[in-house]
Design a protein around this ligand. Structure first.
Ligand SMILES: [Zn+2]
Length: 360
C-alpha cells in the first residue's frame, strides 16, 4: 500500500505549518510573504527562497535520509518468541534502501528484540550482520528493547554501547543545515526521575546551543499520542503509548520554533500529530503490520516524507498489535474511521510535505 499523493502546505510563520494554519493563511499572498524570507533565522544555514521560487519543485534534494525502527531482529534459533520473519523483513529493508542509498539511515530503536539481559549481545550480533551490507552511514537510537526498558542502567546499556559506542547514546550531528538530535528515551515511564532529568538536561543544553538551527529530534518512544489517547492506550496495551514525560514535552514546546519534527517508533503503527507546529511522526517499523519505513528528502524550502510498506508477503496483517488477532476487536478513532486506517494512518500521515518556515 503506497499512496503517492503529496500534500503541499503554504508557508506560515513557524517552521512547519499545519493544514489548519495553511487554510487560515490561504489569503496571504506570495508577494506579502516572500520579502520576509530574505532575513535568515539566527544560525540557520538554510537559504532564503528566491522570489517566485517557492512553488517550483527543487531539482535535487540537498539531503536524503531514511528512518527505520522496530525491526526486532533476533539471534537465529533463539527460543524467545519474537515477531514472525523479523530478520527477513530487516534484510529486505536493507536491500531496498541499498537500491538508492540515502545520505544516511536513522535506526530509531528496537533494532533488536532482546527481552533478556543475556540475549542482548546475541541479538545485537545478528543485527550487525543484517545491517553490515547497508550502503549508507547508520545512526542508531536506543529503544526499550535494546535495554529491556532500563534506560541509564550501565549493565543493561552495555551490549548496545559495546556495539555502537558510548558516543551513540545521546548525541547530535549536523547534516544539510539541519541539526539531528538522537535522544535515548528508551526507559520512559519506568526509569527513575534522576535518569530522566539528566537526559533532558542534556537535550536542553543541545537545544540552547543551537537556537536558530532547524532541528530533527529522534527518540524511540513518541512524546505525544498519535491516535486518540484512550483508544491508543487500549490498542497498544502498554502505558508507553506516549512518553508521559512533561519535562521533555515542555522542552519540545519551548523550542517549537526550531524543531521541525520529532521522529519516533515504538507503537507499531504509522501516524502523526501536530503540536505547536512540530510534527510528531511515529513510523510502524518493519517487524509488524503495516511494516513501514520512511524516506525523507530535504530540499531548500521543504521536507518531503514518504512512508513505504514492505511487500505483502512480508507485511502480514496478522502481525498487527492494534487489532485482531492480538485483540478480540479492531480499533478506530475520530480521525481513522476504519481498522485499516487506524493501523496504517491516513494518506497525509504517510506522505507529507513540510515547508520551510518563515524566519521569525
Ligand atoms: Zn519500543
Amino acid at each position: 500500500m503506497s499512496s503517492l499523493v503529496q500534500l503541499r502546505y503554504e508557508p506560515t510563520t513557524t517552521f512547519y505549518m499545519s493544514k489548519q494554519r495553511a487554510t487560515r493563511n490561504a489569503g496571504l499572498t506570495r508577494r506579502a510573504f516572500l520579502p520576509a524570507l530574505g532575513v535568515a533565522a539566527s544560525g540557520s544555514v538554510w537559504r532564503s527562497i528566491p522570489a517566485g521560487g517557492a512553488s517550483q519543485p527543487d531539482a535535487k534534494p540537498r539531503l536524503t535520509f531514511v528512518q527505520i525502527n522496530d525491526l526486532h531482529v533476533q539471534e537465529p534459533g533463539t527460543t524467545i518468541k519474537g515477531y514472525n520473519s523479523a530478520n527477513e523483513k530487516a534484510q529486505w529493508v536493507v536491500q531496498e534502501i541499498n537500491r538508492q542509498p540515502p545520505d544516511f539511515v536513522l535506526g530509531i530503536g528496537d533494532l533488536i528484540h532482546g527481552e533478556r539481559l543475556d540475549q542482548l549481545p546475541r541479538d545485537l550480533a545478528a543485527f550487525q550482520q543484517i545491517i553490515k551490507p547497508l550502503k549508507a552511514p547508520f545512526y542508531p537510537a536506543m529503544g526499550n528493547h535494546e535495554v529491556v526498558q532500563r534506560e541509564g542502567d550501565s549493565v543493561y546499556e552495555k551490549a548496545y554501547r559495546d556495539v555502537f559506542g558510548d558516543q551513540r547514546v545521546n548525541y547530535t550531528f549536523e547534516a544539510g543545515g539541519l541539526r539531528f538530535i538522537m535522544l535515548n528515551n528508551s526507559g520512559a515511564v519506568v526509569v527513575g526521575p534522576d535518569i530522566i532529568r539528566r537526559r533532558n538536561a542534556w537535550l536542553n543544553d543541545v537545544l540552547k546551543a543551537h537556537p536558530g538551527q532547524p532541528k530533527i529530534l529522534a527518540c524511540h518512544i513518541p512524546i505525544i499520542p498519535v491516535r486518540d489517547e484512550p483508544v491508543l492506550a487500549k490498542s497498544f496495551g502498554f502505558r508507553s503509548y506516549a512518553a508521559h514525560d512533561p519535562e521533555l514535552l515542555a522542552l519540545v514546546d519551548e523550542h517549537a520554533g526550531s524543531i521541525i519534527a520529532v521522529l519516533s517508533g515504538h507503537l507499531h503503527l504509522t501516524g502523526q500529530a501536530e503540536r505547536k507546529g512540530v510534527h510528531h511522526i511515529s513510523i510502524c517499523g518493519t517487524a509488524s503490520y503495516p511494516s513501514d519505513f520512511a524516506r525523507y528528502q530535504v530540499f531548500d524550502e521543504r521536507i518531503v516524507m514518504q512512508v513505504s510498506q514492505l511487500p505483502s508477503a512480508l507485511a502480514q496483517t496478522t502481525t498487527s498489535l492494534h487489532g485482531h488477532p492480538r485483540h478480540k476487536m479492531d480499533f478506530t478513532d475520530a480521525a481513522h474511521e476504519n481498522a485499516e486506517l487506524y493501523k496504517v494512518g491516513r494518506s497525509e500521515e504517510r506522505n507529507l510535505t513540510i515547508w520551510r518556515k518563515r524566519p521569525q
